[in-house]
Write a protein that binds this ligand. Sequence first.
Ligand code: SF4
Length: 340
Amino acid sequence: MNPDFYGCSPVDLSTWVEDAGLPAFRAKQLFTYLHSQQPERFAEVTVLPKALREQWDAAFRLAPGTEVERQESRDGTVKSLLEFADGKRAECVSIPTASRHTICVSSQVGCAVGCTFCASGLRGVERDLQAGEIMWQVLHHHRRRPVTHIVFMGSGEPLFNYEAVLRAIRLLGDPAGMGLSRRRITVSTSGVAERIRQLGDDEPQVTLALSLHAADNATRSQLVPLNRRWNVDHLIEALQDYATKVGRRMTFEYVLLADANMSPQHAQDLGRLARRFGAHINLIPFNPVIQTPHQRPSWDEVEDFAAAVAAAGGHATIRGQRGADIDAACGQLALKHADG
Ligand code: SF4
């Protein structure tokens, strides 16, 4: 099996470097080169001696994926479809603004959760992505412009691929590489209660976003099937533990579906729950490009809902749409516009 080089830390690379008879400092040098130059093949890795470069180039694949499709929006959003060595594909999206360059990454090929409004959930999960495959989504776009923020909001449930996601977070933060602050990384979960607690222990500086979409069990179980395993009450307990540990503000993501979760009662439940946790709410008008039974609300309906949430004590903002002209939907991205 080909090693996951882009998923290696400097310590992991030291085994390779030492086995090749090179001094230990070369491992960190190699790590820095991979993360700053994003070479696709070992033939390009000029910090390695020529003979070793050629030997490794013949023996190993370096980049875990290649871009097989690219769409560029008028607003600068770029969606890339990456194909990995086994032919599986996942999307990542680059979202530039004046002051930020956010990458929305996928953590799995497909998704097991099956939210009724999401394209990724329609096909089920095919496999987890390796840490290097997650890193490559970021580094692929880092070439174009330095990346400042990462959101795990592409296809997949990140907390179902916990070890690889955790590893990628740590690689992103490694000072020998991108050195990205944990506070600039958002992990979005549909509600894996046990792992929310674990993330609070392992990486308390990372921002947690809960894809809530309904604050009552009846509605949420319809929209997010995972709610039948960990319901709103379980989530409240997990969020309480998490909030006590990390003391940081979390975000609730709420896709606005005209036909499902926008009654005055839904707004009141959402506002109350957010107030309880001091959570910020992102209201995301449903993007109707996805083939699901749901309907996009009118702007008046969105504003009325936001006002009702505010009246119940919730602090909410309505997200604008990025990449609409290219259908920039990596799983839920079209729903989440995650440049915040
Ligand atoms: S919204 Fe997220 S958790 Fe739900 S099916 Fe899509 S990718 Fe999976």
